[in-house]
Design a binder for this molecule. Structure first.
Ligand code: XIL
Length: 610
């Protein structure tokens, strides 16, 4: 009985929302359909994350208001943005967005009230009692939601509360201060401040069926069962092209819907695998199409929001996650110059068909979107080797792409570098996870004799972290070096097969050098030897990988090439917080899955030292 009442009530609220002016007005300026003109026909929300920091750019505002009937403040409503000091609220930026939305009849998705990021130090480092912390939470939610009552009809109340392993609640400042019930308190406070608003839980990597989405399902099911005022679940949908499982997503939407909840796609973007060419624009369009179709086919999915308007301002270019300044990250519907991309037409097409209108793309155009390019790879183009001068053994390494391996060189595996002489050292300072105050750097060198290829890796690291994780499965959560080799003849392989190895050498080997632990994919195929020693600056790994094994056999000859990648995992206490990566083709840490993003080792014969 209660459940039925609840469903009807939600439906009523939802219908009221659908009949807001945003849904009725705003026809396309000319006859050309836009995303929002078509979405309006299906009473559907098509949205984008927006920020007034780009409002100086007229094309930005024009595209945002022309194409979308919903917007999400990208950062402007987050805790530290609106509530930087206790009792001090700053709403200017959010208000600018509200004004814009009003002017253009757009619905605002409020994002987000409770999150472990964008939390000012006065909260995250605050020394509140439980009751005081509850008071802080209450003040914040009632002030923010109360202020926008009737103007912000949907809120992401709690964001990303489930830990990545899906084992339960993430250990956030809110949880530490209040306890597990901070989640339901947040929903209750939001409902109290605006009983009409639809209240969402929002998370990432929870779109399809997985341990993590199971954990979200379990949590919201429990909230619903106990009458906590929650109305929906946001599926963030930050994807990489080609990895989307729409059957799983449909099943997840269904089970959430059957709890009486709505589902919304809240932060869709679809990044390029780094080494891609623009051929990937087609399968990217296919991803957008598939996800939107899955949403429109579900009776529970009520909005589709992309995380930004055009590629230029995507957070993936500017997040400090290591994608910065990487023009190959093109995750959105409009390109840097606001031109619609294939993904835009895919979305337009499906919106049109869904509204009973004309097809916009032909079957042939759609078919192209269903195929991933075989190898999303650009070939590593190397400059011609330089003549070596007397002081240098080999040509210069090519930044993040190639390293010339001198051979034969006599190396002793002893943790000393005196026998590495003037073999070129390469410093690495990029990666997929570089904290703002990063102090980890690494230098490496490679050499070979007739039987082994040797690696010397010096890691600067002020505190060695080891012994806290299971070395078989979670070695990469601690300080460790990873050497990757593709010794097959196919350097364009996009998946692991015998002959491709990831050799993980955890710093934990310092503690027990006699029982060497080597981890990583396929690493047990190869009898790696390694020495890990503490140095003044951090630690050093010296390793030897045999050139003849059960899975490959190689005789070094001049200019022989093998695939190669090297990376360092850094931890400053808990799990991994730093990932330094050498190959410039892999700034997203894909090497453990896709050897096509490796760089190369090129063997270079040198005169044996006398
Ligand atoms: C991101 C913003 O896009 C960036 O500008 C900011 O630096 C970090 O936050 N999940 C979320 C969003 O819920 O709030 C995040 O937004 C992206 C990931």
């Amino acid at each position: 009985m209660f459940r039925h009442f609840r469903c009807w009530f939600l439906l009523m609220v939802y219908l009221v929302l659908l009949n807001t002016p945003a849904m009725q007005s705003v026809a396309a300026q000319d006859d050309k359909p836009t995303l929002r003109s078509l979405a309006d026909k299906s009473h559907f929300y098509i949205g984008a994350a927006a920020s007034p920091s780009h409002f100086g750019d007229p094309a930005y505002k024009e595209t945002l208001s022309r194409e979308f009937n919903m917007l999400t403040p990208e950062n402007e409503a987050k805790f530290s943005s609106v509530h930087p000091e206790q009792g001090q609220y700053t709403f200017q930026s959010f208000d600018i967005l509200l004004e814009f939305a009003k002017e253009h009849n757009m619905v605002v998705r409020g994002h987000t009230l409770v999150w472990h990021q964008f939390l000012p130090a006065w909260v995250s480092k605050g020394t509140f009692s439980r009751d005081e912390a509850i008071q802080v939470l209450h003040d914040h939610i009632s002030t923010v939601v109360g202020r926008y009552k009737g103007r912000v009809p949907i809120w992401d109340v709690v964001n990303e509360a489930i830990d990545d392993a899906g084992s339960g609640l993430r250990d956030t400042p809110w949880r530490k201060l209040i306890g597990d019930d901070y989640v339901e308190l947040a929903f209750r406070f939001a409902h109290e401040a605006d009983p009409e608003a639809l209240l969402f839980y929002n998370d990432y990597s929870t779109e399809g069926l997985s341990t993590k989405s199971d954990a979200v399902y379990k949590m919201v099911k429990d909230l619903v069962a106990r009458g906590v005022p929650i109305n929906g679940v946001g599926l963030q949908s930050h994807f990489t092209v080609g990895e989307m499982d729409t059957a799983g997503i449909a099943a997840n939407m269904k089970r959430l819907g059957e709890l009486g909840l709505q589902v919304q796609i809240t932060e869709m973007d679809d990044r390029y695998p780094v080494n891609s060419t623009d051929a990937i624009l087609q399968p990217q369009a296919g991803d957008y199409r598939k996800l939107l179709a899955t949403c429109l086919d579900s009776p529970y999915c009520t909005a589709f929001v992309t995380w930004g308007v055009n590629d230029l301002y995507s957070w993936l270019r500017n997040s400090g996650l290591g994608f910065y300044d990487n023009p190959t990250v093109k995750p959105l519907l409009f390109d840097d110059a606001y031109q619609p991309k294939p993904a835009y037409y895919a979305v337009l097409d499906i919106l049109s068909r869904h509204a009973g209108g004309a097809a916009i793309l032909s079957d042939a155009e759609l078919a192209v979107m269903d195929t991933m390019p075989v190898a999303p790879v650009v070939e590593v183009k190397l400059p011609p080797p330089r003549k070596t001068d007397a002081a240098q053994l080999t040509p210069d390494p090519v930044d993040g792409a190639a390293y010339y391996v001198p051979f034969p060189v006599a190396i002793t595996l002893d943790g000393q570098d005196d026998d590495w002489g003037n073999i070129p050292r390469v410093s690495v300072d990029k990666g997929s996870l570089i904290p703002a105050n990063n102090t980890t750097t690494m230098r490496f060198a490679v050499a070979a004799d007739a039987a082994y290829v040797y690696f010397l890796v010096d890691v600067e690291d002020s505190k060695l972290i080891y012994g806290k994780h299971d070395l078989a499965n979670e070695w990469y959560q601690e300080d460790s070096v990873e050497i990757y080799l593709n010794m097959t003849s196919n350097l364009k392989l996009v998946a692991y097969e015998p002959g491709v190895v990831q050799i993980g050498i955890p710093v934990a080997n310092i503690a027990n050098p006699k029982a060497l632990v080597i981890s990583g994919r396929n690493s047990s195929d190869v009898d790696v030897q390694a020495v890990v020693v503490k140095t003044d600056e951090g630690y050093r790994v010296e390793a030897a990988v045999p050139l003849v094994t059960d899975v490959w056999s190689m005789t070094p000859i001049r200019l022989a090439k093998v695939g190669f990648q090297i990376a360092v995992n850094g931890s400053s206490g808990e799990g991994r917080d730093t990932k330094m990566i050498w190959s410039r083709y892999d700034m997203q840490d894909q090497s453990y899955m896709n050897p096509s993003v490796f760089g190369q080792l090129i063997f270079w014969r040198v005169k044996p030292a006398n």
